[in-house]
Design a binder for this molecule. Structure first.
Ligand SMILES: [Zn+2]
Length: 230
């Protein structure tokens, strides 16, 4: 881990993806003075088994939950793109919105779903692919989405991508001191985790972090596949 505070943009498909995937890493970065920002592509408006729930109500509940979880971790800002859950499309329009946020936040690194993980929710695959394309090559050249220049947004080069949820991690972050923050942030997502006993969730999250940690020589860790052009 670098000791220099940096800027990270975490691009996910649903409210709660960031906390499940890398809540410990985000908590650690924020504690070390990094500026961390979120872009959440969909409203997560299908994530309920409650027959009385409507997509509109769920979207608003989940946005609030995401904002609270981000606050617990120390994230500076959450951007909600509001695409419908389960129907995320890899379009020039979606990629352009990601490029806009990359040019606005100017991150040193981007965290995104590993789009090459074969068995995964389609929104995760699509969000990961679009995030990667937005980083390289789209946000780098002024000739892509040149209308951003009129908004004062210059091209921006991201030198590092951490693919989260990867089946082939090659980069690990020691989250041993941040596991409680991760769990606290996960518990903000009551519409998603509320049905399981808290004790069970704690156990599951710790177990998973211990398994990943074992691969890296840490007590508790989160793993990523890393691309670095630095
Ligand atoms: Zn998700």
């Amino acid at each position: 881990m670098t000791s220099e505070p940096r800027r990270a943009l975490v691009i996910t498909a649903h409210p709660d993806d960031a906390e499940f995937l890398c809540g410990g890493t985000i908590a650690r970065w924020c504690a070390e003075g990094w500026d961390v920002f979120y872009v959440v592509a969909t409203s997560g408006d299908k994530g309920s088994h409650d027959p009385d729930m409507t997509p509109e109500r769920l979207a608003s509940v989940r946005q609030e939950e995401q904002c609270r979880a981000a606050e617990v971790l120390g994230v500076r800002e959450c951007v909600f793109l509001g695409y419908p859950d389960g129907f995320l499309q890899d379009t020039p329009e979606f990629r352009g919105r990601l490029v806009r946020e990359i040019r606005r936040f100017k991150p040193d690194l981007v965290v995104a779903w590993d789009p090459y993980r074969p068995f995964n929710h389609r929104d995760h695959r699509v969000a990961g692919q679009a995030a990667f394309d937005a980083v390289y090559p789209l946000s780098r050249s002024h000739l892509y989405y040149s209308e951003h220049l009129t908004e004062g947004l210059e091209p921006h080069r991201v030198n590092e991508v951490l693919f989260a949820g990867s089946e082939q991690p090659d980069y690990y972050v020691d989250i041993s001191r941040f596991i409680n923050k991760k769990i606290e942030a996960l518990l903000c997502h009551q519409s998603q985790v509320g049905r399981a006993p808290v004790k069970e969730l704690r156990k599951r999250v710790r177990q998973r972090a211990a398994e990943v940690g074992k691969q890296a020589g840490y007590k508790l860790a989160e793993g990523f596949r890393r691309l670095n052009w630095g």
